[in-house]
Design a protein around this ligand. Structure first.
Ligand code: 26M
Length: 820
């Protein structure tokens, strides 16, 4: 990999200069945050030449561009990652040391850019990294939320949400570009005028807002490619009107100010759940309209025939959230570029492609017609016409089959169904893991698959090894490089070379020692943040992900309660010390999820303070789980908990991050777990529970009756009774009744235990027993863990992106040369 030269003296001078000009201080007087800012600006400067060169190269060679449209980009911190990808990390670390500064401390000053909830947002971030590294022209298109994902505090065991003021000290990496601002219109009505026999649609009485782009550099690894994440900020169009005397004008100006402020105020903190909020739809149209306008303006700079737009641009819709892009593109092509419907439709259906990330029914986006048409009157007209034409298609293909129309129409029962719109108007529909795509084709989207099978394809998710191994786990990264060379950094399958060392005792020792060092690092973090002592020699069993019933954190903690009961009842029995680590944010309004957090913390309080169990069991809830602390957590994990109800987790990507860091999967045959097992072998994972087919079958029969289990299995019964007898809530024995009821009476969907927690419990406990047994055999464990690392090659997002490029986007590869 070509390495750019790093000029140490220049860099140090730049940091010192920045401290002086930004803060009127010498380095010695600056705060840690000020030093971060100064270093951040120095790094941005180091990026600038390549950023300019990349954009010049794109203008010259005119490659096809992908616009990755997403409501979420869960970027995490930029400083360390940028240095890694510039291949300057070690040099900068040394340079800073020379002036008495610690790069780790400086990195720690940076707030996470948490412009996303979880899997979907982090996937977008990994994709941006891979696109730049592979040398493809890409724009991330999103929103510059003033407040990202809330910060989580645990107060008395409960989650408290605190606003995430990530921009309060400024962001040294961002570049504001007001010269490319766009106007976005909401509301009003559409007047139709006839101009020489042609209908012209004029929106009137609307409110407008100015979309101002803010660019963040996306650094490719060692290749001088710098792509752009363009996040839109909102401003009032005419703030000068504030001093108008006319009352009506004044109120209008205030309205515009408010609209702009509210629009980009905050990320909706729901994950896998649709809340039909008007402001959310406004956010969607706001960034989509600005992004589509921008894409067209860019195309028109060097091309005259808008009918060939799709040859140079493609829009990937990250779930249905940006699906109004379909209608917005139609609107611009017809109303502004003068194309006829059929011409515009041809372009649109060759431009847009859709990724589905979930089959959870409550996550499907459906907007009430009333709201949709009031907010986006012209867009609604276009959606209506798309629907009208599509319904005719359905009727042609399935004459007299009204059921088909009812199931597939875009507009039905007073609602606009965004997934249907995305499928009809897109040239590609993809799922995010093999199993997930099969479920889409055979069940969830069966009718669409039968009508247009050629659109459907799978793109199994991936993660970037640059952040999640090279940056997050420097000890293991170095060790891997010593054994297989450093090509894995841009060619992860090379990591397979480790396989020849799995029986080598020296390698096993080194590997386990690195894991131990990482556990010590995490144990320190836990001591500092939770005040809990954990033994780095115990098994670190980790479940970190959003809190959701289908992910079954409840099953995990019930199992901990079960183990604790066993230890108490049989103190003499040999028990390998275990540390159960949780990290999870619950959507602010999701009461059952929040109560599960309280349960985990209540169990932790009891178990961690029971001297009689000699520290055999520890439970830790890591506050504010986020990208930056995730890097440490993955590095320290022995066991990766991937225990969703089979069929519910579309892919999962945490599972891949654990695998890459040498944790062994304890999981169901769900999402990408299936492919992890395929790669590493069943004997190197702990698989349990119902299959997706079994779950779907049982669901269609209306579920099952858990009272059987409750009445016959005394240990399960004991644990469940502890939810309502005050064992973990002596002052309020009723506190966890809700969870008890969900498992035994009604957990939603009109049935008990809809996520089959009790049904899978025994099988889970047995898998946990096998984990313990395996861990006792040090060599066996070392081999398993190493084999997981060695077989993680498939799960790089570089592979995923290459598949998107080959099968969907058809992008041209670009190389950027820098004159030094
Ligand atoms: C919808 C409406 C209003 C507010 C928020 C939403 C919403 C936000 C995020 C709905 C769903 C959201 O994310 C879904 C998600 O993260 N899905 C996950 O995607 C990952 C990447 O493909 C997969 O690995 C996970 O399995 C899947 O759960």
């Amino acid at each position: 990999m070509a390495k750019r030269t790093f000029n140490k003296e220049f860099f140090i001078r730049s940091v010192k200069y920045n401290v002086r000009t930004l803060f009127r201080k010498e380095i010695e007087e600056a705060t840690e945050q000020q030093i971060f800012q100064a270093v951040g600006y120095a790094v941005k400067d180091a990026i600038m030449d390549a950023w300019i060169a990349t954009q010049k190269e794109y203008e010259k060679s005119d490659p096809k561009i992908v616009y990755y449209m997403s409501m979420e980009f869960l970027m995490g911190r930029a400083l360390g990652n940028n240095l890694i990808n510039l291949t300057f990390y070690d040099e900068v670390k040394e340079a800073l040391e020379e002036i008495g500064l610690d790069l780790n401390m400086i990195e720690d000053q940076e707030p996470d850019a948490a412009l996303g909830n979880g899997g979907l947002g982090r996937l977008a971030a990994c994709f941006m990294d891979s696109l730049a590294t592979l040398g493809y022209a890409a724009y991330g298109c999103g929103i510059r939320y003033r407040y990202g994902m809330f910060k989580q505090q645990i107060v008395d065991g409960y989650q408290v949400e605190v606003p995430d003021m990530w921009l309060k000290n400024g962001n040294p990496f961002e570049l504001r570009r007001p010269e490319y601002a766009k106007t976005v219109k909401f509301g009003g009505y559409v007047r139709i005028e006839n101009h020489n026999g042609k209908n012209v649609f004029i929106q009137e009485g609307y409110q407008s807002v100015l979309a101002v782009p803010v660019d963040l550099p996306i650094v490719g690894y060692g290749n001088n490619v710098i792509n752009t994440l363009r996040i839109w900020d909102a401003e009032a169009v005419n703030s000068f009107e504030l001093d108008r005397f006319d009352k009506g004008e004044y109120e209008k100006a205030v309205e515009q100010e408010n609209l702009a402020r509210n629009l980009v105020e905050v990320l909706y903190p729901n994950d896998n759940h649709m809340a039909g909020k008007e402001l959310r739809l406004k956010q969607q149209y706001f960034f989509v309209s600005a992004s589509v306008q921008e894409a067209i303006a860019k195309y028109k700079k060097n091309h005259s025939d808008i009918r060939k737009f799709y040859e140079k641009a493609t829009f990937q819709l990250n779930d249905t959230h940006p699906t109004v892009a379909v209608a917005e593109l139609m609107r611009i092509l017809m109303d502004e570029e003068g194309l006829e419907w059929d011409e515009a439709w041809d372009v649109t259906t060759k431009t847009c492609a859709y990724t589905n990330h979930t089959i959870m029914a409550e996550a499907l986006e459906k907007w009430p017609i009333e709201l949709f048409s009031r907010l986006l009157p012209r867009i609604y007209q276009i959606v209506e016409e798309i629907n009208r034409r599509f319904v005719i298609e359905i009727q042609k293909q399935y004459p007299n089959n009204y059921e088909k129309v009812k199931k597939m129409a875009i507009i039905m029962d007073g609602q606009v169904k965004m997934a249907h719109l995305a499928i009809v108007a897109g040239y590609s529909v993809n799922g995010v893991a093999k199993l997930h795509t099969e479920i889409l084709k055979k069940r969830e989207l069966k009718d669409f698959y039968e009508m247009m099978p050629q659109k459907f394809n799978n793109k199994t998710n991936g993660i970037t090894q640059r952040r999640f191994l090279l940056h997050g786990n420097p000890l293991l990264a170095k060790w891997v490089t010593e054994h297989v060379g450093d090509e894995w950094i841009t060619d992860l399958p090379r990591i397979k070379g480790l396989a020849v060392y799995v029986d080598d005792e020296k390698a096993q020792h080194e590997f386990m020692n690195i894991k131990y060092q990482n556990k010590v690092r995490l144990a320190k973090y836990i001591k500092e943040h939770n005040g809990i002592d954990v033994d780095p020699r115990s098994i670190f069993d980790v479940q970190v992900k959003r809190l959701h019933e289908y992910k079954r954190q409840l099953m995990n903690i019930l199992h901990v309660m079960y183990l604790y009961n066993q230890i108490k009842e049989h103190p003499e029995k040999d028990f390998y010390p275990r540390t159960f680590i949780f990290g999870a944010k619950a959507a602010a309004g999701y009461m059952r999820a929040k109560l599960t957090i309280k349960l985990i913390n209540s169990v932790a309080d009891v178990v961690n303070n029971d001297a009689s169990i000699n520290g055999k069991l520890k439970v830790v809830f890591i506050e504010d789980y986020r990208v930056s602390n995730a890097e440490w957590i993955f590095a320290a994990a022995d066991v990766s908990e991937q225990i969703s109800t089979a069929s519910k987790e579309a892919s999962g990507t945490g599972n891949m991050k654990f695998m890459l860091n040498g944790a062994v999967t304890l999981g169901t045959m769900d999402g990408a777990n299936v492919e992890i097992v395929e790669e590493v072998g069943e004997e190197n994972a702990f698989i349990f529970g119902m299959s997706a087919d079994e779950v779907i079958d049982l669901e269609s029969k209306g579920g099952y009756d858990p009272s059987q289990l409750f009445n016959t299995d005394q240990e399960i019964r004991h644990v469940l009774m502890q939810l309502i007898n005050g064992e973990y809530a002596p002052n309020d024995p009723e506190r966890f009744r809700e969870l008890y009821n969900a498992l035994l009476i009604d957990g939603g969907y009109n049935r008990p235990d809809p996520y089959f927690i009790l049904k899978d419990f025994r099988s889970y406990a047995d898998a946990q027993r096998r984990v313990e047994e395996a861990y006792r055999d040090e060599k066996r464990w070392a081999k398993m863990a190493m084999l997981n690392v060695a077989h993680s090659g498939k799960f790089t997002s570089d592979r995923t992106i290459q598949e998107y490029v080959d099968d969907i986007w058809k992008l041209d590869k670009v190389t950027v040369k820098l004159e030094e």
